[in-house]
Design a binder for this molecule. Structure first.
Ligand code: THU
Length: 140
């Protein structure tokens, strides 16, 4: 058991992300990313990075998976797995960290992985210690 997930559950997430990643639309960067979100009810939502000829319109895999999950009724991320072909497990960009923080709680489990199946388990706090929040929730 690693932070509430069994090794077999982690391996299943990696299998799924490896498959999901095949649908990435990364024709400009060539850098394909797959993401999987699992909600409190065990529902699963896939995301890939979707690039555009107007480069700035690109949306990362993590945010696309979260958007699909929100549209499907997810309130809180139970597990988010992100996977790319990187020497060490991929780390989400700053924009994705802020969006992950929006839908996470202290029990959320983040699995960062690569195609060699190396992985790291992190908490949202590990990834984004001081997310932006409005009003009284603002830490600073
Ligand atoms: N990308 C993701 O999808 N997730 C990340 O965590 C980092 C970057 C995408 C955006 C772009 O399509 C490509 O990877 C290269 O930056």
């Amino acid at each position: 058991m690693k932070k509430g997930l069994t090794e077999s559950e982690i391996q299943t997430c990696l299998d799924q992300c490896i498959q999901i990643r095949k649908n990435a639309y990364a024709k400009y960067s060539g850098f394909s990313v797959g993401a999987l979100v699992i909600d409190e009810a065990g529902r699963e939502f896939a995301g890939v990075n979707v690039e555009n000829a107007s480069y700035g319109l690109t949306v990362c895999a993590e945010r696309n998976a979260i958007s699909a999950a929100v549209a499907g009724g997810m309130k809180r991320i139970r597990v988010l797995c992100a996977l790319a072909d990187t020497p060490v497990p991929v780390v989400p960009c700053g924009a994705c960290r802020q969006v992950i923080a929006e839908f996470s709680d202290k029990d959320t489990i983040l699995i960062l992985a690569n195609t060699k199946r190396d992985y790291k388990i992190l908490s949202p706090e590990d990834l984004m210690p001081l997310p932006f929040a409005l009003g009284s929730e603002t830490a600073g």
